[in-house]
Design a protein around this ligand. Structure first.
Ligand code: SF4
Length: 63
């Protein structure tokens, strides 16, 4: 499983941070930080919610 972000679309609004704080955070300049490109499978449900909830459709989850 791999998470990909289209940085041209992401506006760092933090929606995914609230849904899956184990994977996403914002730095002091409000840039999105991703903990790992290859997350554990136990985070799949949260990551699917984050992908679906991204208002910019900036994230994609690949198997
Ligand atoms: S929800 Fe989407 S637009 Fe918002 S910070 Fe996450 S990836 Fe970026």
């Amino acid at each position: 499983m791999k998470i990909e972000v289209d940085w041209d679309l992401c506006e760092s609004n933090g929606v995914c941070v609230r849904i899956c704080p184990d994977m996403f955070s914002l730095d002091e300049n409000d840039n999105l930080i991703i903990a790992t490109d290859s997350p554990d499978d136990e985070l799949r449900d949260q990551l699917e919610q984050a992908v679906a909830g991204c208002p910019r459709q900036a994230m994609r989850l690949d198997d």
